[in-house]
Design a protein around this ligand. Structure first.
Ligand code: CP
Ligand code: NVA
Length: 308
């Protein structure tokens, strides 16, 4: 069987990413108003099962993938790594070989990105990155789908990221050259995005502007994006909250962006830390559509992985 892994956005061609988003939009439109549990008319993943393995907590990724698989006519099996023999030292490679005999695709949420790569190398079924310490590609496709739905043409748009230059930020860097948007990042030096990810984006002709203040990054932006200041696995929570506080998305900061600028946050959010309630709960905030679109974008990602 030929299949494709979905590990990082920079590894896909721009036209493949475009096709995935087009399919996600079309599938969403086709089932408008339907109950969420109804299977899509063509049931494209009928007879297929996906395994999901979580080393970290999840609400959106877990429920959206499971709901997505049902809508595609397939099934899923979920486990947390600590409940598996992985939690007692069975190797990632052996786990990959065994799961490949039971299911048609595996989605993993891992502490260490290298485990995802090792798993994918040993597996004989497609592997999807459901968040690692390095990146969160499914999230960013849902985010871009949401911006397009709001009427934004990504090509030539200005997206601004403020706060921690973390895993979610890295996937935006990977997406920028593929979709033609420029990406401004405002972080303290210590929280700047991964240098390799910046280099990847720039090598692919992405316009990436790095700043040390939130104000510079947000100036004139069409979209303002942030994420939690303390990601899963970060041990220096109090220091982060103190050092990143000047980068919080407030009404004053949003005023520096284009008028009518949109706000994105992958969630879970911490009101009063990285974003004020007045912003995330306001009209320009797209966070609920963004969360919903995880489901639609992932349906298209899974079909792409399996050539269905
Ligand atoms: N945005 C996101 O991935 O959410 P969860 O951690 O709840 O899956
Ligand atoms: N940066 C966050 C994203 C959660 C969806 C984390 O890694 O915890």
């Amino acid at each position: 069987m030929t299949y494709r892994n979905f590990i990082d956005l920079w590894q896909l061609e721009a036209n493949e990413l475009r096709a995935i988003l087009d399919q996600a939009h079309a599938m969403k439109r086709a089932r408008k108003g339907w109950p969420k549990g109804r299977v899509d008319a063509d049931a494209p993943l009928k007879d297929h099962t996906m395994a999901m393995v979580f080393e970290k907590n999840s609400t959106r990724t877990r429920f959206s993938f499971e709901g997505a698989m049902r809508q595609l006519g397939g099934d899923s099996i979920i486990a947390t790594a600590t409940d598996m023999q992985l939690g007692r030292g069975e190797t990632v490679e052996d786990t990959a070989r065994v799961l490949s005999r039971y299911v048609d695709m595996v989605m993993l949420r891992v502490n260490s990105h290298s485990d995802l790569e090792v798993f994918a190398e040993a597996a004989s079924v497609p592997v999807i990155n459901g968040l690692s310490d390095r990146s969160h590609p499914c999230q960013i496709l849902a985010d871009l789908m949401t911006l397009e739905e709001s009427g934004l043409d990504l090509n030539g748009a200005r997206l601004a990221w403020v706060g921690d230059g973390n895993n979610v930020c890295s996937s935006f860097l990977h997406a920028a050259p593929k979709f033609g948007f420029s990406f401004a990042v405002g972080t303290p030096d210590r929280y700047a995005p991964d240098e390799d990810d910046v280099a990847i984006a720039r090598e692919l002709q992405g316009r990436i502007d790095l700043y040390e203040t939130a104000e510079e990054a947000v100036a004139g932006a069409d979209v303002v994006i942030t994420d939690t200041f303390v990601s899963m696995g970060d041990k220096d929570g109090e220091t982060r909250l103190a050092e990143l506080d000047p980068y919080a998305v407030t009404e004053e900061l949003m005023e520096l962006a284009q008028s009518g600028a949109k706000f994105l946050h992958c969630l879970p959010a911490h009101r009063g830390e990285e974003v004020d309630a007045e912003i995330i709960d306001a009209e320009g905030s797209l966070v609920w559509d963004e969360a919903e679109n995880r489901l639609h974008a992932q349906k298209a990602i899974m079909r792409w992985c399996l050539n269905k």
